[in-house]
Design a protein around this ligand. Structure first.
Ligand SMILES: *[C@@H]1O[C@H](CO)[C@@H](O)[C@H](O)[C@H]1NC(C)=O
Ligand SMILES: *[C@@H]1O[C@H](CO)[C@@H](O)[C@H](O)[C@H]1NC(C)=O
Length: 342
């Protein structure tokens, strides 16, 4: 995999230089341990700002002056899954680490600027808990920035969607639960802790019809593909002539799902309207050895980031990242630009 990728975030004419290394990966390590406190750049960095700054070359800075960016307990959008403080976590220092690129400073999150950009528009996050966490973090930051207008912020659940509206701005931010992008038996947002997912690898329309009118789509899907075996279903759930087949070609199956996703995008996305993003995976962070623990340990009790620059997480799955990269490159040859966020 190329270590550096130049990406043009067309939605806002932002040019990024993305490094597939250390810093952001560690961001995810810590953030995924317990609720992210940031939304990584994506939508609020002014044009020209990072032209000559590699956002992925940098370090962690402990910043207890300007952080945390919001209080989880006060955020009305916080799901229990991510509400560490509510369920008794005492150490909250994980909320106070700021990623500091070597060559520039990142601007602060600005809720007003974001909502202004989203005026009359719909931003939809699609995927698994990684995007759900990003989505929630964004909502919490918006709410904590403009508490006086919170009466004009609303949020409802409907099927696989969580729909947030800032009425004053006529802006919608949504999350759509589709952890494998294609259809599966893990598609229930509440009851999704199914041990082995059964996947309809060619079927996406049931979910995707909710994405067509979005102005910005941010996808992610990886956690459910990490198991060694996947069961594929040909036909429909519950039908008598359905064929089930257990396969071990994990990466190949992931590629098939992304092909289904790509075909759908090619046929349904209005190129002049919708901006597309794909969030890459978070590094594997459950291996205690990364924190110099004994073999077999996990990240339990760890409260500080790994500070060495360039750290990847020992079991981080680069194979799936490469498949995403190649799917996105193929889409580009078909006239569709998807910005990869790593
Ligand atoms: C911030 O952290 C420093 C160093 O740990 C400490 O001395 C200081 O009291 C902290 N300030 C606040 C506001 O928590
Ligand atoms: C976590 O820390 C507590 C308190 O120090 C200790 O009793 C416990 O064994 C630790 N758990 C793990 C899995 O390391």
């Amino acid at each position: 995999m190329a270590s550096t990728q130049k990406l043009v975030l067309g939605a806002l004419n932002v040019s990024y230089n993305f490094h597939f290394a250390g810093l952001l990966l560690i961001t995810f390590v810590i953030a995924s341990v317990c609720g992210k406190q940031y939304f990584q750049g994506l939508l609020m960095i002014p044009y020209g700002f990072v032209q000559h700054c590699d956002l992925f070359s940098g370090r962690w800075v402990y910043d207890n002056v300007s952080y945390p960016l919001y209080k989880g307990k006060q955020c009305s959008f916080m799901d229990d899954d991510f509400a560490c403080e509510k369920f008794g976590r005492k150490d909250l220092d994980y909320q106070k680490w700021r990623s500091q690129p070597h060559d520039c400073d990142l601007p602060r999150f600005n809720a007003f600027a974001l909502l202004k950009k989203l005026r009359g528009k719909k931003l939809v996050f699609v995927g698994d808990t990684l995007n759900r966490n990003q989505f929630m973090s964004m909502l919490c930051q918006i709410e904590s920035s403009i508490p006086q207008s919170s009466s004009k912020l609303s949020h409802v659940r409907k099927g696989n969607s969580i729909i947030f509206k800032a009425t004053e701005y006529n802006a919608a931010i949504e999350f759509y639960w589709a952890p494998l992008l294609v259809e599966s038996n893990c598609d229930d947002m509440e009851i999704h802790h199914v041990q082995d997912c059964i996947v309809r690898i060619k079927a996406i329309e049931k979910h995707a019809r909710y994405w067509t009118d979005a102005d910005i789509l941010v996808f992610d899907s990886f956690a459910r593909w990490l198991g060694s075996k996947t069961t594929l279903l040909w036909g429909s759930f519950g039908s008598s002539d359905a064929i089930y087949k257990e396969v071990e070609m994990r990466l190949r199956v992931y590629e098939m799902a992304l092909n289904t996703w790509s075909d759908w995008l090619e046929n349904h996305i209005k190129r002049t309207k919708t901006k597309l993003f794909f969030m890459s995976l978070s590094p594997y962070h459950k291996n205690g050895e990364d924190w110099s623990m004994d073999t077999g340990g996990n990240c339990y009790n760890e409260t500080e980031p790994i500070l060495s620059e360039g750290h990847w997480g020992s079991l981080t799955d680069r194979g799936t990242m490469q498949i995403v990269e190649s799917a996105i490159q193929k889409l580009e040859t078909r006239g569709l630009k998807v910005m990869l966020v790593v």
